[in-house]
Design a protein around this ligand. Sequence first.
Ligand code: SAM
Length: 281
Amino acid sequence: MNLSDISSIKKLLSSQGFSFKKSLGQNFLIDSTVCPAMAEAACDENTGVLEIGPGIGVLTEQLSKRAKKVVTIELDQRLEKILNITLKECDNVKVIFGDAMKLDLSKIIAENFFDCEKVAVCANLPYYITSPIVMMLLESRLPIDNITVMVQLEAAQRLCAQVGTRDSGAVTVAVTYYAEKEILFEVNRESFLPSPNVDSAVIQLKIRKEPVIKVNNEEKFFRLVKACFAQRRKTLVNTVSNTLGIDKSVLKNALLEIGLTETVRGEQLSMEEIAQLSDKI
Ligand code: SAM
């Protein structure tokens, strides 16, 4: 069965009485070029791939062809019968039904990919939880080589922005801390069924062996990062003192010592400058 062919998909879904749930971010890919390109970028024959949200298995099938093993986590139990049909011939695929945000991914990886040289995450992510999933994957320090995921174009631009520019946000700093990031290609909204209101992009995060900068206290660093971007129109001094309750004079002095002015905004700081500020306050 061609899983990217719109009439085959519609026939399959209606034969199983399936209806899309918008609340689960169910927009299935119907462009035959996208999944092979994603799978090619994410893995090779020595890779164990963790997929989040297989839908009807269009990307899963392409991962199965290229990877050593695939474990795919789907929240919607209604897709079980469909996946039994579409992945019938994919012997190296295991489907787990559950919430990717709640399952113990570290255990899943250890139990399933112990004989794989590396582990990758590849997914067309449900858009309602893109950033939480990406952050969970990065912060839990799973033994992952790369994360290759489809996200909304706007989210891709934010996640992959240059720190210190207007496009960046707290999530940009966090991603940069843990990974090298790149937008691989854009995907038109017409490539999905049903078609969403926005375009998408596939991004790749290559996980660093060590964070890009050293900080004395990681928790304090990330609290400062969140505070820097909490009130974007305000100066860093105002937003950080409002959010974290730090005295303005302490912040002003610390900024001067780093060589920055007291009128600087949070989004203008580089990774190194945020790290230096976090170590000083
Ligand atoms: N991979 C398929 C494709 O590319 O056509 C489907 C992608 S669709 C954008 C997102 C999928 O994630 C849906 O199948 C949805 O049911 C599933 N999903 C939503 N929330 C989830 C969660 N918390 N954990 C696991 N799967 C989830």
